[in-house]
Structures are given as structure tokens and as C-alpha cells.
Design a protein around this ligand. Structure first.
Ligand SMILES: Nc1ncnc2c1ncn2[C@@H]1O[C@H](COP(=O)(O)OP(=O)(O)OP(=O)(O)O)[C@@H](O)[C@H]1O
Ligand SMILES: [Mg+2]
Length: 566
């Protein structure tokens, strides 16, 4: 192949990035060491739901890249969710001041620049920080995510599922940690002995282990993350009165001390969104773009089942109009099955100091399409605020690889003043809704008052009636099956998806009945089969692979959702 001239290489990039429809402008290409402001590099808005990866060594500009993308998304009317680990994204609420240096940069890449503020909502997990407190109820969080936070093994996880099942069946609402503790304490008490036996598959010693873990969680101050009012993930989808997308900034100042809790909470937000959003097909622009900084925390020590669930969520949430961008130091941090689904790539500089670095570099290069660049050389020499880019064009094909000098944000790179954050939070419509924790009557109070005695297990319902939630009349298909799996395996609660053979006209009645009985026949089946299934209840139920299996699964994992989309 003849060696291409610089002009030809520039022409390839110009052609490859001539796109139809609205775009996020990323910057201008650098070819053969020269910046070409007439060769813009951009990302079609309609392809943001094909997900992406922003990677690079520390200090190379990853956070600024997501900051700059968030600004343009907001301007285009797309809501954005950011996990702000280092507190350096709150600057989105403050207009940047120009400088000579900045002007030189923006002029060089043909970026029209003016300082701006963006509509930002500040959230903080459990009120751990200045933002509006974000909480989840234990019921909604579900036994599977909770098992991950508690670092339970598979047997213990199955046992925890049985505890949830028991609580549901007996109308013992699991809102906060003390509710769950009260239920387990009851089951391990003399009074609860018979109930424990009836459950089958849950041994007193395993219940004791879970109880100890729970007490440890409480001792670590985790109770503030669970309770009411529960955060409604629909809040992430709002636009400001001027039509711009709201940028929701979730502060995670103490992430390093509770990595498992926080990464699991992010998964809960995604899974909950997934469950609530309708299928959207291909949209002109996404409904939400979700940036997951420090993404490796999500994958560290994750079980195969948990990884599978993440992979499936990432794959399917696309058709609901949500784009997920993972931000991490090297693509190696992301499992191959997830990486394979990240079509939009912004790769900042990598270091190659050690043999391990060199291997990571080679691996990174191998994930890019063929190009006119020597990528090993380019990736080790790229400057701060520059990145190697390839995205998906509107026809679904990768754009040419381009080393790009990236645009600069128009709001402050770094934190906003504390006073501004405080006044933004004080003026937020969400404050009245979520600002103050409430402690309604739930399992703890009921058991403390011995009210439980009068709310014995319900019976009734046939196997058929214990089936699906509200059928929508859609034909069951493979996507439905996967979607159900996400809801059931991540959140451990019944799917709102139609069951394979729904009877739509009877659905509402069935749902009401199910909520009332909290599991109906499936619950009784679980009781009957519990001993036989033992610790491997979930996998056993799954491996039944039948309608019965699925219904049993629902019944066993079933927790009635208290808050659903209006
Ligand atoms: N696009 C850009 N325009 C102007 N300056 C930039 C740009 N990107 C990065 N910078 C400069 O580089 C600094 C470091 O960038 P940033 O904080 O985004 O790095 P990072 O990759 O997120 O690092 P870490 O891994 O430590 O979080 C910024 O504070 C800013 O001064
Ligand atoms: Mg950063």
C-alpha cells in the first residue's frame, strides 16, 4: 500500500466525521504532528446510546472530557448523570473565566467559547455530602445487590432471598436495615423457630451469619443509605425550564472507604431505570447519558452472575434510550463482554513504564480499528486534553481513528464554591421530597409490637395465578426473557415484563392478588421445595427453565415495589 500523504489522511478524517444530524463536538484532529482545525472530530447524538469508554492514565484529561461532553449534552436537551468521585465536576454550576491560554487553545481548534453555567442538581448518597440525600428501600434494593454489599457467599445470598420472601409473605415491609435485622432476629428466636423451619433451606447458623454482617453494616454507618423517602430514578430524566438537560451530579466523597456500597448503588440506579423505562427504539437523541467514573470498582471481585447481569443491562438499556459511558484508567478494567458493547471510544494517553503497562498498551491498541496512526506511539505521546477517538457513525460503522485535541469546558474545571452548592441544594425542588428521612411503620415496628402474629402467611391462588405481573399483551421473546433476568437477578424483585404466556385480560386482578398475598402459590411451592432446593435455590429455579421455574423464581424473589412510575 502506498504511503498516504498528510492531506489524504486529513481528507479521510474530514469525510469520516461529516455526519448527519446533531453531534457532540469533541475537538479537532492532529495528523502527522499538526493540528487541523478544519478536521473536526464529533460524535452523533443519536449514537450516544451505543455506549462508550473514556480511558487514560491519571491526569490525562478523562474527567474534563466527560465534563465537556456533559455540557454539550445538556445544551442539546439531554439529561446527564455523573458520579462525581473527586468533587471536581461541581464546577458545571459555575461559568469559567476566560484566559489568554484558554483562548489560544479554543482558537486553535476552532471552538467558539464563552463562559456558561449549566443546570446542575447535586445529590449525595444517604446525605453523605452536601447534596440532596439519595436513599433506597431495602425492598427495592433487593437481596442480590444487598448480598454484594454484605459480601455474602452464594449460600448466604440464597438464604437472604428466603428472608425477603418470608417478609413479603407476612407483610413485613423491609424499608431500612433495622427492618431486615428485626425479621432475621425473629426467625432465629424461639418464637420464630417454626417459621424458620417452614421456610426450608434457611439454617439458623446462616441466618446468624447474615445477622452479624448486618450489624457490621449498621456499625459502619450504612443505615442512612437505606430508607424512605426512596429516590425515584425518574428524577434523573428531567430538563430545566429553558429546555436544557439537567446534569445530576452524585457526590461520592467517601467512595474509597465504601467502594462496594457505592458501585452497587450505581447499579441499583441503572437497574431501577431499566425497569421503569419503556422501550424506545432508535431515538434522535438519548433520554439520558450515564457516566460511570472509576468504573473498575463496579467490576472488582464481581461474581459471574453479577457480571452477567451488568453485561445484560448494558446491552438492553440501549433500546430504552440510555447511553452509558464508562470512565476508567485502562480498557482492561472493563470485562471483554462489556467492552465489546462500547462503540464510542475516547482513549487518552497511556503510560508504558513497566512490562505490565506495555502489555496493557498493546491490548488497548488491538481494540481499535486499523488506521493511519502508529497507535502505540500516538497513545504514549498524546498530550493532556488530547485523545485517540473512534465513534459509531449514524450508519452504525466506526469512524476513522483520529488523534484529537479536545474542546475545553465552558464552566469551571474543578469544584464550585461550597456556598453555591449549598444554595443550589436549598433551592432545589427535590429538597422537600427527599431532604428529610422518614421512618414509617414497617417490619421493625410491627415485630416490636408483635403485630406480626396476626398477619400470618396467606394462602390461596393457583399456580397460574401466581404468575406474571401485569401483562401488556406483548409477545414474549428473547429480549423479554433477558429483561426479566435483569430485574430478577439484579434487583431480586418481580419483573414488570410480561410472562411468556400472559393472559392480559386477567392481569390486573392477578397483580392485585399477588401483591396482597406476596407470592401466592409460588410461595407455598417454595416452602414445599425449599428443603430440596437448599442453598442453590436460585440456580435450581432457573435451571428448571420452565414457566413453573420462572414463577417460582418470581415468587421467591418477589418483593412488591412500593414506588412505581406514575
Ligand atoms: N480538554 C481540556 N481542555 C483544557 N484543559 C484540559 C483538558 N483536559 C484536561 N485538561 C487539563 O488537565 C487537567 C487534568 O485533567 P483531568 O482532571 O480530567 O484528568 P483525569 O484523567 O481525570 O485524571 P485522574 O485519573 O487523576 O482523575 C485538568 O485539570 C485541566 O487543567
Ligand atoms: Mg478524573
Amino acid at each position: 500500500m502506498a504511503i498516504k500523504s498528510t492531506a489524504d489522511k486529513v481528507a479521510t478524517i474530514q469525510k469520516g466525521y461529516t455526519l448527519e444530524g446533531p453531534t457532540i463536538e469533541l475537538g479537532a484532529a492532529i495528523v502527522d504532528g499538526e493540528l487541523h482545525k478544519d478536521a473536526p472530530v464529533r460524535l452523533p447524538l443519536s449514537m450516544m446510546n451505543r455506549h462508550g469508554l473514556v480511558a487514560g492514565a491519571t491526569g490525562t484529561g478523562k474527567t474534563v472530557t466527560l465534563h465537556m461532553m456533559a455540557e454539550q449534552l445538556s445544551t442539546a436537551g439531554v439529561p446527564v448523570f455523573l458520579a462525581d468521585i473527586k468533587g471536581d465536576l461541581s464546577g458545571l454550576a459555575t461559568a469559567a473565566a476566560g484566559s489568554e491560554k484558554l483562548k489560544a487553545r479554543t482558537d486553535s481548534i476552532g471552538q467558539p467559547w464563552s463562559g456558561k453555567t449549566f443546570p446542575v442538581e447535586f445529590l449525595a448518597l444517604g446525605g453523605d455530602g452536601a447534596g440532596i440525600p439519595v436513599r433506597s428501600t431495602i425492598t427495592s434494593f433487593g437481596p442480590i445487590l444487598l448480598s454484594r454489599v454484605m459480601e455474602l457467599n452464594e449460600t448466604q445470598e440464597s438464604s437472604l432471598q428466603l428472608v425477603f420472601h418470608f417478609a413479603d409473605k407476612n407483610n413485613l415491609e423491609l424499608i431500612d436495615l433495622k427492618d431486615l435485622r428485626a425479621v432475621i432476629q425473629f426467625l432465629t428466636s424461639d418464637e420464630g423457630k417454626d417459621e424458620l423451619e417452614n421456610l426450608g433451606g434457611l439454617s439458623k447458623s446462616t441466618a446468624g451469619v447474615i445477622l452479624r454482617e448486618l450489624v457490621t453494616l449498621e456499625a459502619q454507618g450504612m443505615e442512612k443509605f437505606f430508607g424512605e423517602p426512596e429516590f425515584d430514578t425518574a428524577e434523573l430524566l428531567r430538563t430545566a425550564p429553558d429546555g436544557r438537560g439537567v446534569v445530576t451530579c452524585l457526590e461520592l466523597p467517601t467512595l474509597q472507604t465504601k467502594p462496594m456500597l457505592f458501585s452497587t448503588f450505581l447499579m441499583w440506579l441503572l437497574a431501577d431505570l431499566f425497569e421503569d423505562l419503556p422501550e424506545a427504539g432508535d431515538l434522535d437523541k438519548p433520554k439520558l447519558v450515564f457516566f460511570l467514573d472509576e468504573a473498575h470498582l463496579l467490576f472488582n471481585d464481581a461474581s459471574k452472575a453479577f457480571l452477567d447481569a451488568i453485561t445484560t443491562t448494558v446491552r438492553l438499556i440501549r433500546s430504552k434510550g440510555v447511553g452509558i459511558f464508562f470512565v476508567t484508567q485502562t480498557p482492561k478494567d472493563v470485562p471483554a463482554e462489556v467492552l465489546g458493547q462500547l462503540a464510542n471510544r475516547v482513549q487518552h494517553a497511556l503510560r508504558a513504564f513497566t512490562p505490565e503497562d506495555a502489555k496493557a498498551l498493546k491490548a488497548t491498541v488491538s481494540t481499535f480499528p486499523m488506521s493511519d496512526y502508529d497507535l502505540e506511539e500516538t497513545l504514549t505521546s498524546a498530550g493532556i486534553g488530547e485523545a485517540v477517538i473512534t465513534v459509531m457513525n449514524e450508519k452504525g460503522a466506526p469512524t476513522p481513528v483520529a488523534l484529537t485535541r479536545l474542546r475545553a469546558p465552558e464552566s469551571v474545571m474543578g469544584p464550585s464554591e461550597n456556598a453555591l452548592i449549598a444554595s443550589t441544594v436549598a433551592g432545589s425542588a427535590l429538597l422537600a421530597k427527599y431532604g428529610t428521612a422518614v421512618d414509617n411503620i414497617s417490619a421493625y415496628e410491627k415485630l416490636a409490637g408483635r403485630a406480626a402474629a396476626s398477619t400470618g402467611p396467606n394462602t390461596g391462588g393457583s399456580a397460574a395465578e401466581a404468575g406474571s405481573g401485569a401483562g401488556t399483551g406483548l409477545d414474549p421473546n428473547a429480549v423479554d426473557a433477558d429483561a426479566r433476568r435483569i430485574e430478577e437477578e439484579i434487583l431480586g424483585r418481580p419483573s414488570s415484563r410480561p410472562a411468556p404466556a400472559p393472559e392480559p385480560e386477567r392481569a390486573p386482578q392477578r397483580r392485585a392478588q399477588q401483591q396482597e398475598s406476596g407470592g401466592g402459590m409460588a410461595g407455598d411451592l417454595a416452602g414445599a421445595l425449599g428443603g430440596a432446593l437448599g442453598g442453590g435455590l436460585k440456580s435450581m429455579a432457573r435451571s428448571l427453565g420452565t414457566q413453573l421455574g420462572r414463577e417460582l423464581l418470581r415468587g421467591v424473589f418477589g418483593t412488591s415495589s412500593r414506588r412505581r412510575r406514575r
